[in-house]
Design a protein around this ligand. Structure first.
Ligand SMILES: Nc1ncnc2c1ncn2[C@@H]1O[C@H](COP(=O)(O)OP(=O)(O)OP(=O)(O)O)[C@@H](O)[C@H]1O
Length: 328
């Protein structure tokens, strides 16, 4: 089932006016595809992910665009329709599993509840299937652990339990927002391996939201880079890493710790993402960009035509720049 996001814009209401947080974001996630959404903190990744599920916080809303899942429009859909799709067709894993797990209920009962609600399984089959799922995501002694409460689980184990819950209904699309950021490096790698393995097995599409290009390198087929609420570049992971077309992508790659493996010292990216509501007139990255020229960078720019069918970039100078990437 394909997820198509077209012209998505999101704004927050602040002091009587609407402040744009995300502007004109479009991408397509095909069945079985792993797609990375990358950018620094504050670039709008989480808002984009939450909007896909109809879970934007209070005071934040979609102002334009469309989100279609297998042809069904989700923008403006009734709460009931969205609630039914969440969990069954499209599921989400967050950075902090405790925010999604109920501290008062045994973990197995929580997974079983999803199965009962969405698939209509009876009490005993749901409990059995919950244990199978906990086992499948690598929780040892799953039958016993299913009866325990989330606080007895380590961070990595809670994340596994949440993945089991997300996968319970074999969703077509899994949205994972910084699923490993809170975990230490070894556990991170285990959780990512688990996600990739499950994705292969179930043929699910995965949208992986992360600030970490290293995470995308090992897991995703394609990626989109987000800056100040807009997508600035999109393409297959290998191509983008080898030859980035946007200076922001090149800067993120140069800053990645993985550079050390290639004998290069990571180059920290100076400055921060501009705040919503105070974006510069032209390209939002231009104040931090080493390639900025008043003309054309100060004039409002539209999406550039793709250089190759699989690539998109939003940089007025991309045609004249040759940027350095990293080989994976
Ligand atoms: N509830 C809210 N109301 C208004 N603005 C918000 C709200 N939540 C976040 N924002 C703003 O929206 C912008 C985008 O935030 P978002 O969380 O999507 O970024 P992000 O790229 O996911 O960063 P992070 O990795 O830190 O979550 C930020 O400027 C943030 O301050």
């Amino acid at each position: 089932m394909t997820l198509e996001v077209a012209g998505l814009s999101i704004s927050a209401r602040a002091g009587g006016r609407l402040v744009p947080l995300v502007q004109d974001v479009s991408f397509t996630l095909g069945p079985g595809e792993a797609f990375g959404l990358v950018g620094e903190s504050g670039s709008g990744k989480s808002m984009t992910a939450l909007a896909l599920l109809g879970l934007l916080p209070r005071g934040v809303r979609i102002t334009a665009g469309s989100v279609r899942l297998g042809g069904t429009e989700l923008v403006g859909a009734a709460d009931r329709t969205l609630a039914d799709l969440r969990g069954r067709r499209i599921a989400m894993v967050f950075q902090d599993p405790m925010a999604s797990l109920n501290p008062a209920l045994p973990v197995g009962a929580q997974v079983a509840e999803v199965l009962r609600r969405h698939l209509g399984l009876g009490r005993a089959p749901a409990a059995r299937r919950a244990v199978e799922l906990l086992d499948a995501v690598g929780i040892d002694d799953a039958r016993r652990r299913a009866r325990e409460h989330p606080h007895t689980f380590s961070g990595g184990m809670r994340q596994r339990a949440m993945i089991a819950m997300a996968l319970a209904c074999e969703p077509d699309v899994l949205i994972a927002d910084e699923p490993t950021t809170a975990l230490d490096v070894t556990i991170q790698a285990q959780i990512l391996d688990l996600l990739v393995g499950m994705q292969d097995e179930l043929g699910m599409a995965v949208l992986l939201v992360t600030h970490d290009l290293g995470v995308v390198a090992g897991t995703c087929h394609r990626l989109a880079v987000m800056y100040a609420g807009r997508l600035v570049e999109e393409g297959p992971v290998g191509e983008v890493f080898d030859r980035p077309l946007h200076p922001y992508t090149a800067a993120l790659l140069a800053a990645a710790p993985e550079n050390a493996m290639h004998g290069r010292r990571p180059q920290a990216l100076s400055g921060t993402v501009p705040l919503p509501g105070s974006l510069p007139e032209g390209c939002a990255f231009s104040p931090r960009c080493p390639h900025t020229r008043a003309d054309p960078c100060d004039s409002p720019l539209a999406e550039q035509p793709p250089t190759r069918s699989s690539r998109r970039v939003r940089c007025a100078r991309s045609g004249e720049l040759t940027l350095t990437g990293v080989s994976r």
